[in-house]
Design a protein around this ligand. Structure first.
Ligand code: HEC
Ligand code: HEC
Length: 216
């Protein structure tokens, strides 16, 4: 009897572990891992200007501005550095990134947004065609997004900051980024891996997969 109980406990633990590794989530340990080396409390004050567009808790009101809530600090830092080095360009954000000149400020500001609960979409049933693309890819050879962006687009465990959280992001922003990658207006992805995929998507497929992601 005791033996069986032990086995059940082991199976339950294994199951739990499988779930937590597939989904980054908002446990204290998850948050600790994704904030990196910065100080979120200091970052809250330092990011006052950023909050004007990206929202006080990183959940922006408008789809022009990406949600930063619960995004990996390291991914956010890379984007700021890419804007500063003109590897990524945007008439609004490039100027904002140029104001973050101190390394400690960059660490703290990104830690603040990373420390928030992960961004959450609009809910609802979700776009069926978009879901299929997300999980299985397309017949033209776009690799399924889930392989890099993780279950529900919430990131790839264990806390791999190379692959951003995209589940729960604004649809409008997602469409813009995928279109930018498709047209090579955005080329700051490591080894061109995201561009290769976006180039295989039609405008209709971009619309469907962005629609799906914005509900997660
Ligand atoms: C006036 C509005 C505005 C302000 C203020 C602003 N941003 Fe942005 N930010 C944008 C826009 C617009 C984009 C999307 C650019 C694009 O389409 O590629 C963006 C994109 C970003 C991204 C990329 C997110 C991703 O998922 O790739 C980061 C990181 C970011 N901003 C951080 C900041 C930080 C840090 C500050 C404060 C120093 C800040 N922003 C202030 C408008 C703003
Ligand atoms: C082979 C791995 C890989 C696959 C598969 C993949 N991506 Fe990505 N994606 C990346 C990487 C890496 C980045 C970060 C690029 C950077 O550092 O700027 C990224 C970035 C993005 C971004 C920009 C996020 C932001 O906040 O600006 C979007 C949107 C995106 N991917 C959507 C998708 C969709 C939709 C699919 C499936 C059709 C997909 N990705 C498949 C690797 C991948």
């Amino acid at each position: 009897m005791a033996h069986t109980k032990k086995n059940i406990a082991a199976a339950l633990l294994a199951g739990l572990f499988a779930v937590t590794t597939a989904y980054a989530g908002d446990s204290p340990e998850d948050i600790k891992q994704r904030i990196g080396k910065g100080d979120p409390a200091a970052g809250k004050d330092k990011s006052a200007v950023c909050q004007g567009c990206h929202g006080e808790d990183g959940n922006s009101a408008s789809g022009t501005f990406p949600r930063l809530a619960g995004q990996y600090a390291n991914y956010l830092q890379k984007q700021i550095r890419d804007f500063q080095n003109e590897l990524r360009n945007d008439p609004t954000m490039s100027g904002m990134a140029a104001t973050v000149t101190e390394k400690q400020d960059l660490l703290d500001i990104t830690a603040y947004f990373a420390s928030q609960k992960q961004m959450k979409g609009t809910g609802g049933k979700g776009n069926e065609k978009g879901k299929k693309i997300y999980l299985e890819g397309t017949t033209e050879g776009a690799y399924g997004c889930v392989n890099c962006h993780g279950e529900n687009g919430k990131g790839k465990a264990p806390h791999n900051a190379m692959f951003p959280v995209i589940g729960g992001q604004h649809k409008e922003y997602l469409v813009k980024q995928l279109t930018d990658f498709n047209k090579e207006d955005r080329k700051n992805d490591p080894s061109g891996m995201m561009g290769d995929i976006a180039k295989k998507l039609t405008p209709a497929e971009i619309e469907d997969v962005a629609d799906y992601l914005s509900t997660l």
